[in-house]
Design a protein around this ligand. Structure first.
Ligand SMILES: Cc1cc2nc3c(=O)[nH]c(=O)nc-3n(C[C@H](O)[C@H](O)[C@H](O)COP(=O)(O)OP(=O)(O)OC[C@H]3O[C@@H](n4cnc5c(N)ncnc54)[C@H](O)[C@@H]3O)c2cc1C
Length: 489
């Protein structure tokens, strides 16, 4: 029976792999962007010179989180005069952005920011371990063809951000200022700069030909620059487990629990982060003890034995929560301004893809801006930058789609067809070889091919139906198979 299922899986994947390799490969490259219709006049002295004191900036960056700091460094290194305005320059203490996928690490290298994961006790991550109903399977990142240094990295988000801010501030023409941007300054449909409030309460204005808004998931500036359709399917409840040995060291752990997945991954040499997904927008109250009770009675019994004691001890040390937002990229191209990072596009954080998408977007933007010396013709620049939305798609859409699909598939459901899909997905990934490395390389940002995602998605669905029909299809199994196809559509 197992052999039959395995052979069926191999047959399905070989067929789809054949189609992928010979039919459609080679078409994925994004178009090269056209230069602006009217070439901007080069003013090398303007963008190449350091920003003297309070002199004018070429680019204002709002927010110095993951996206803003990386962008300021990348563009500052290219000679732009950058003014970064960040609400709070002290070290953030958050439960977000703690696992950088290897694809994101490659982008960090490309941006010259690789040392930001050094000296912060960051841990290397080599893949995931998946747990379901007492079984588990290891899914390694396919890193064989990369330098030995390339792997995922997990860390304290605040330490990573401080390193990125230090790197940005080390460039003479980048200036970081603490202040809260209150609005964008608009003149005749073009953004000319920002109004902001300094730490001492002073209200100031700053002007630049381009403003990049990177104010994160709670952005209050994005409203005028995109259609913010924010969905909040669930919340993460965060705990820190101390001195606990993970069943698979240096791996992310995903427990396919009921009602939804639970994550564990190291964030330092002595701490493990646990994120418990709670569907919906409301979580049990921490204040009145409902949350602790939920974690002890509903979550703990579903964990691997090795983690239970540390998990229960961690409950009393502090519980944090964070809404899991998802927002498609729906920009309203506006002369003089751009959105980046979570302010622009968010996906469910289950697969830890947010920083990888943000860093990948920054590489695309940096490369687009490189040949342009003058940013002053805002409408021309705006048209030129429209290619950004096309060029970012292979990485962003692969990671975003996978995050949403896996969150649905990995959650328990009263629908038997959905549960069949969940089991099929676990078993498919457990087959190993191409069946695990394919999806994992998509998730990790190492293989940004939407087509490959489609192939694996259908392979899982066909595998699920095949398992139901082999060896003896009954009418009930055929009905569940048909439902499985419909829920995967
Ligand atoms: C629970 C959770 C877990 C996650 N885990 C992961 C993970 O493991 N891996 C991963 O890759 N991604 C993860 N993500 C996503 C990741 O955190 C984000 O994609 C990433 O932080 C986006 O970076 P950003 O710079 O856009 O936003 P942020 O890093 O949030 O930075 C925004 C910055 O803007 C500043 N700011 C805000 N408003 C203003 C203002 N008005 N004026 C001036 N400054 C302002 C803020 O102070 C902040 O410093 C997770 C998300 C969530 C919700």
């Amino acid at each position: 029976m197992m052999l039959l299922r395995y052979l069926f899986g191999v047959a399905v994947a070989s067929l789809l792999g054949f189609l992928l390799l010979f039919g459609l490969q080679g078409r994925r490259r994004g178009r090269k962007p056209r230069a602006p219709a009217k070439a901007a006049s080069p003013r090398a002295e303007e963008c190449g010179s350091p920003m003297a004191g309070d002199g004018p900036a070429d680019i204002i960056v709002v927010g110095a989180g993951v996206a803003g700091s990386a962008l300021a460094y990348a563009l500052g290194k290219d000679g732009r005069r950058i003014l970064v305005i960040e609400r709070d320059l002290s070290e953030p203490d958050r439960i977000v952005g703690e696992l950088l996928q290897p694809g994101g690490y490659l982008k960090l290298i490309e941006l010259g920011l690789k040392d930001c994961v050094e000296e912060i006790d960051a841990q290397r991550v080599f893949g995931y371990a998946l747990f379901k109903d007492g079984r588990n399977t290891k899914l390694s990142y396919p890193l064989e063809n990369f330098d030995s240094d390339v792997a995922g990295r997990s860390f304290h988000n605040g330490r990573f951000i401080q390193r990125m801010r230090e790197k940005a501030a080390s460039i003479p023409n980048v200036r970081l200022e603490q202040g809260t941007v209150t609005s964008l300054i608009e003149e005749n449909g073009t953004i000319r700069g920002v109004s902001y409030k300094t730490k001492s309460g002073e209200e100031l204005k700053a002007y630049a030909p381009l403003t990049v808004v990177c104010d994160g998931c709670f952005s209050n500036l994005r409203r005028s620059l995109c259609s913010p359709k924010v969905d909040i399917p669930s919340c993460f409840v965060g705990l820190v487990l101390e001195n606990c040995q993970l069943p698979y060291p240096n791996h992310g752990h995903v427990i396919l629990a009921d009602p939804s997945p639970i994550l564990f991954y190291p964030i330092s040499s002595t701490e493990v982060r646990c994120l418990v997904d709670v569907p919906g927008q409301k979580v049990p109250s921490i204040a009145n003890g409902e949350m602790a009770n939920y974690l002890k009675t509903v979550v703990a019994p579903q964990l691997p034995e090795e983690l239970k004691d540390s998990f229960i001890s961690a409950i009393d040390k502090g519980i944090r929560t964070m809404p899991n937002r998802s927002m498609p990229a729906a920009p309203r191209p506006t002369p003089g301004a751009l959105l980046m990072g979570d302010a622009f596009n968010m996906r469910h954080p289950l697969t830890g893809g947010g920083m990888t998408v943000a860093l990948s977007d920054i590489v695309v933007l940096r490369n687009l801006l490189k040949p342009l010396h003058d940013l002053h013709d805002a409408p021309v620049l705006c048209r030129y930058l429209e290619s950004f939305y096309t060029l970012r798609k292979p990485v962003a859409s692969t990671i975003n789609t996978l995050a949403g699909a896996l969150y649905k598939v990995f959650s328990a459901s009263p629908d038997q067809a959905m549960n069949e899909m969940r089991q099929a997905c676990f078993d498919y990934l457990s087959l190993g070889g191409l069946f695990s490395t394919g999806p994992v390389s998509l998730l990790s940002g190492l293989n940004p091919r939407p087509l490959s995602l489609v192939v694996h998605f259908f392979a899982v669905a066909i595998y699920g139906v095949g398992r139901l029909l082999i060896p003896f299809p009954s009418p009930k199994r055929m009905w569940i198979g048909a439902r499985l196809i419909s829920v995967s559509g």
